[in-house]
Design a binder for this molecule. Structure first.
Ligand code: ARG
Length: 460
């Protein structure tokens, strides 16, 4: 007898080309622990339904435990003849139990099984991803804590705009990752629905109890529609969106780190453990971790597109196309679990060049807005203040001077608004401290923000 799960009505065996196309065990074997979990719950429900005697159930559960141990020890492995993880594990069960092993398939199809396995796998791995995100957030927060009072050039269009607390900038990245965690938590609520009991598509005529099975497997409920349950891959697509979004956030942080580490910026120095060298240029220290974070966002975005494209236009219910859901999902999980710890390490160990940041914070006339706002407080219309300061900037550029080099006369020459007291606002710490409304870069606010984020990340 064939070990295939579907040999009965076929006379000849499948063509090699079909087998090679069809086989998925080389990538879905990682679902084995979850398939075994679901099998135990299914065995118990068959027992409660009177479809397995107590003795049969005990032998079935014993064999499943034994098979799990054998899988863990690497003693049981899928062979090329096993079409998928479900086929391989049924073979393992038959090897242990003989014909009793064939009873477990009652009321169950690979269609509800694979959808259940993938949900279990993802819910489990999302927890790991959240932990790795929390480590990266913690690394960013520790650096931020050191640099609440470090002024840095704040940029728009990659041009000096206004000075900011470097801690404020680091915490901006933490907020992005905190939203990712929030999205994954929200995702989990929708993913917590069990397809088991839906069978191939129509449910089962056997007296199964999908709600109890759902709870045994840690789901919140059983699927209310068996057709939707086996056809739905929203949970996979939504996860891939969340993963792609994390990828984009990692990529943006990665790009900043690449810039910061450059000779032109020199804002940070990367630790040797998280930088790479060149095979020809002995002096090089390269930001490969940050670049790979940036580069791998491409595959995370691609994985989302792959699955959405696969799902588009599929008729209900299960179609074999759905087997293509797994590789993009696994790749996204693997990619995040590779990139997140490396980025956390890079951030945790980078040394911030405080002197350089502080010195360049006022560059590019970054205090121009402060000057204009001072005039506004003195009653000048912002439109006029903006223009007067604009003229002052041009005057300084032509005469190769900074704001603080200007004499009282020079100030007055550009505009009568510029009385000597305007110099009071030409201070970077003053500029930072004055932005003290909620969300602003004033160090007092950044400290509050950091405390709130610490609480939030503790709650992850
Ligand atoms: N390996 C398949 C998948 O990953 C599950 C098998 C369902 N096959 C079937 N012919 N109904 O989607």
């Amino acid at each position: 007898r064939s070990l295939r799960l579907w040999g009965g009505r076929f006379e000849g065996g499948p063509a090699d080309a079909l087998t090679r196309l069809s086989v998925s065990v080389q990538f879905d074997w990682r679902l084995a622990p979850y398939d075994l979990l679901a099998s135990r719950a299914h065995a118990r429900v068959l027992g409660r339904a009177g479809l397995l005697t107590d003795d049969e159930l005990a032998r079935m559960l014993g064999a499943l435990d034994d098979l799990e141990d054998a899988c863990k020890a690497g003693e049981f492995r899928p062979t090329v003849a096993d079409e998928d993880v479900h086929t391989a594990l049924e073979r393992g069960l038959l090897e242990r139990l003989g014909s009793l092993g064939g009873k477990l398939r009652a009321g169950r199809s690979r269609n509800d099984q694979v959808a259940t396995d993938l949900r279990l796998y993802l819910r489990d791995h999302v927890r790991h991803i959240v932990s790795r995100l929390a480590e990266l957030e913690t690394a960013l927060m520790s650096q931020a804590e050191q640099h609440v009072d470090t002024a840095a050039p704040g940029m728009t269009h990659l041009q000096h705009a206004q000075p900011v607390s470097f801690g404020h900038q680091l915490l901006a990245h933490v907020h992005a990752f905190a939203r990712d965690v929030d999205r994954l938590r929200d995702w989990d609520r929708r993913a917590a629905v069990s397809p088991l009991g839906s069978g191939a598509l129509a449910g089962s005529s056997l007296p199964l109890d999908p709600e109890t099975v759902a709870r045994e497997l840690g789901f919140d409920s059983a699927a209310p529609n068996s057709m939707d349950a086996v056809a739905d891959r929203d949970f996979a697509a939504e996860f891939l969106f969340d993963a792609a979004m994390i990828g984009v956030h990692l990529s943006r942080l990665g790009e900043e780190i690449v810039l910061w580490a450059s000779q032109e910026f020199r804002w940070i120095e990367m630790d040797d453990a998280y930088s790479t060298g060149s095979s020809i240029m002995p002096q090089k220290k390269n930001p490969d971790v940050a670049e790979l974070a940036r580069g791998k966002s491409g595959r995370l975005i691609g994985n989302l597109m792959t699955l959405l494209t696969t799902l588009k236009g599929l008729p209900l219910t299960y179609n074999r196309d759905l087997q293509e859901d797994k590789e993009p999902v696994f790749d996204a999980v693997d990619t995040l679990l590779l990139v997140l710890p490396a980025m956390a390490g890079l951030v945790a160990t980078m040394r911030v060049n405080t002197t350089r940041l502080e010195a360049s914070a006022p560059d590019g006339f970054a205090l121009a807005t402060d000057l204009a706002e001072l005039l506004v407080r003195k009653g000048v219309a912002f439109r006029d203040a903006h223009e007067a300061v604009g003229h002052l900037v041009v005057w300084c550029q032509v005469n190769d001077k900074e704001f603080e080099d200007l004499t009282d006369d020079e100030l007055a020459k550009v505009s009568p608004h510029f009385t000597p007291d305007v110099r009071d606002v030409l201070s970077v710490p003053g500029a930072l401290a004055s932005r003290s409304a909620p969300g602003g870069t004033a160090p007092s606010r950044v400290r509050e923000q950091l405390a709130a984020l610490r609480d939030l990340v503790d709650g992850h």
